[in-house]
Design a protein around this ligand. Structure first.
Ligand code: SF4
Length: 418
């Protein structure tokens, strides 16, 4: 199965197939008249108590960290200075398409969410930050026809794994390179032009707009997720909207990966899962408790002929190549992980290779300026945790899946936008 699917019960207003999206079923340009008729761009009144509702509903950011959206909004609102709001549509994870899809097909939903975020924080201007050219065209069209009450600029960046990290977003909007900076200060303290800045993921803003337009189904909207499902080269991929708590096995079956034996979670950020992955629900806290991360919600399923060592090697090789090369520990750490894993995958593991990889995967997290180093370490840590004997099993002879050099361009994980 390839395409766009909603598993939300009929009548619940999700982001893919719903009246508030202004079009059905998820193809072509979003229709402004229908969007307005469905409650879009409605004025925000004090009676809406939208920020309190977002807090009560427990809406989490959908960019990867899963931070509570209401806490972020309040922190920016309460910081000294006039805030700035940024819709972050640059999805660096190669296996995720949700933000590009929303920008291309639901630009009004995102601009409406940006407007509401500005109203809740007191911001006087906004930005849409992206790298995808069709998305930029759709957003510019929507900006030209929307009821304008917030000045919004579009900033296009070059696509890169770290370009969507929030300090990289601020740096690029300010005219610099899209590279992360050390924290503090965080964007809410000193962001664009030194102002307190809300950098909000595109899906998060779309959910804010949808729950504002349709209060009756706000709980379902706040809990639902957009998930990009993919598998080995040549297999199907899909963008699926699912209710909170949907089991990963349901998504594998629906996506045509019913025979999968493992899954790589969160794009490259959430790690590998082997035995027991079918019991995992798509819930931030449950996945974190299980040692991984939901990340941006991308799931890459491994079929019986996939080798987890080959998948991990390719993931770490990609992350090493995508290092922004600003932090010494990231350059040396991702390089060492990639070289050692590549050698092991091709049959060259020494007797202490597994111990070395395990030690590095524990020492490296938290030492880079952004999450790239953590992602590489987590891939290795979860490979060793879920497949404890597999690296050693390659010693002396690579399996067929590991015989080829691991490409550094992330092609295994790259999913086309449906
Ligand atoms: S951790 Fe790596 S990718 Fe992130 S800022 Fe440092 S060098 Fe760049």
């Amino acid at each position: 199965m390839t395409g766009v699917v909603s598993l939300l019960p009929e009548g619940q207003h999700g982001l893919l197939l719903s009246p508030v999206s202004g079009a059905e079923p998820h193809r072509g340009a979003e229709d402004l008249a229908r969007y307005l008729a469905a409650g879009g761009y409605a004025p925000l009144t004090p009676r809406d108590r939208l920020l309190e509702r977002i807090a009560t509903l427990g809406l989490r950011g959908r960019g990867g960290a899963g931070f509570p959206a209401a806490v972020k909004l309040r922190t920016v609102r309460d910081a000294p200075g006039r805030p700035v709001v940024v819709a972050n549509g640059e999805e660096g994870e190669p296996g995720s398409v949700k933000d590009r899809w929303l920008l291309r097909h639901r630009p009004h939903l995102i601009l409406d969410g940006l407007r509401l975020a500005a109203a809740m924080t007191g911001a006087a201007r906004g930005f849409v930050y992206l790298s995808d050219i069709p998305a930029e065209q759709a957003v510019r069209r929507a900006l030209a026809e929307r009821p304008a009450d917030l000045p919004v600029e579009v900033v296009r960046t070059e696509h890169a794994y770290v370009a969507g990290e929030e300090t990289a977003v601020v740096r690029c909007v300010d005219g610099g390179p899209a590279l992360p900076t050390a924290k503090p200060p965080r964007p809410f303290e000193a962001g664009v032009g030194g102002a307190p800045t809300l950098v909000a993921n595109a899906e998060t803003l779309a959910r804010i707009a949808a729950l504002h337009a349709c209060p009756d189904t706000a709980a379902a909207v706040a809990g639902a997720h957009l998930v990009t499902v993919s598998g080995p080269a040549g297999s199907a991929s899909a963008l699926i909207e699912v209710p909170a708590g949907t089991h990963l096995k349901v998504l594998a079956d629906l996506g045509g990966h019913g025979r999968a034996e493992a899954v790589l979670l969160g794009g490259l950020f959430g790690g590998l899962y082997g035995t027991g992955w079918t019991d995992l629900p798509l819930e931030h806290d449950r996945l974190t408790a299980a040692g991984g991360a939901l990340g941006c919600g991308a799931l890459h399923f491994l079929h019986p002929w996939d080798c987890p060592v080959a998948v991990a090697t390719e993931a770490v090789a990609y992350l090493s190549a995508q290092s922004a090369r600003q932090c010494g520990v990231c350059v040396s750490g991702t390089g060492a992980l990639a070289r050692t894993l590549t050698a092991a995958a091709r049959g060259g593991a020494a007797h202490d290779t597994t111990d070395k990889l395990r030690r590095w995967s524990r020492q490296l997290p938290g030492r880079g300026a952004c999450g790239l180093l953590d992602a590489a370490a987590r891939v290795v840590a979860t490979l060793l945790a879920h497949f404890p004997d597999l690296v050693d099993a390659h010693r002396g002879a690579a399996c067929p899946a590991c015989a080829e050099p691991a490409p550094e361009d992330g092609r295994r994980f790259t999913v086309p936008v449906p």
